[in-house]
Design a protein around this ligand. Sequence first.
Ligand SMILES: C[S@@+](CC[C@H](N)C(=O)[O-])C[C@H]1O[C@@H](n2cnc3c(N)ncnc32)[C@H](O)[C@@H]1O
Length: 275
Amino acid sequence: MDTATTTRYVHGYSAREAGRLGDQADTLAALLHTGTAYPAGSRVLEVGCGVGAQTVHLVRASPGVHLTAVDVSAASLAEARARVTGAAPGADVVWRAADLFDLPFPDASFDHLFVCFVLEHLADPHRALTGLRRVLRPGGTITVIEGDHGSAFFHPASIFATAAVDCLVQLQADAGGDGLLGRRLQPLLAGAGYGEVRVEPRPVYVDATRPALVEGFTLQTFTAMVESVREDALLAGLITEQAWDRGVTDLRRTAEDGGTFHYTFFKATAVLPAG
Ligand SMILES: C[S@@+](CC[C@H](N)C(=O)[O-])C[C@H]1O[C@@H](n2cnc3c(N)ncnc32)[C@H](O)[C@@H]1O
């Protein structure tokens, strides 16, 4: 999927990454999807659906919608279809392999757009948001969810763990993306011509009293995401092997008794002005 407009997807398309996206979506479903429910009969487009990890939660929260899900990766789409067919068999979903910069839909085809963890991987998120306006009907809404790796802080603090997280941010930037995009959602949406932009920070806080989040977020989502770029970080000479291993060990220590972890997602909604 290397094109002039799409950056290399820093996390790759491995089975392990597909599992991580599923864990992430399931663990964070309430946090990320609360407030997103579309009326039955609405035409909804999910942009960059990946392996369908969010799609399952979208269709469960909005029974009766007509969902179209697109991704550039045909392999991810096949996995998404299998996942959603298994988890929500009655859902009305059309799957399309397509580049979000060149969508094969007529103007104003959709009432609502849903874009989760996609903009951070694009070289030009402004152009993506501007282009998406074409397929949204006037008065329709867009919902965008992004993380921001700069929002990660934890106890015990560790310069090695922070350095490992910084490697991920650097690699994503080298690939043309932005792992710190969450903080830019309001200016991006407003700059792309959307109105009524509202951004809600949605923090995740984890300690030993929240064992499901210790496993599902600190270990299986965040630490797994950092660990997935080990080889690239070492190959790029961003960090020594010893410092990397210490960083990951220290990240894992935040999931042990006495450790704590914080991360903030940003969820934005906006409306396409009429006229
Ligand atoms: C981090 S994944 C997120 C998947 C899903 N939204 C989720 O939250 O689980 C990013 C997805 O965006 C897709 N993507 C990247 N550039 C794209 C483009 N130009 N057009 C369509 N999909 C794209 C990738 O193939 C990948 O599946």
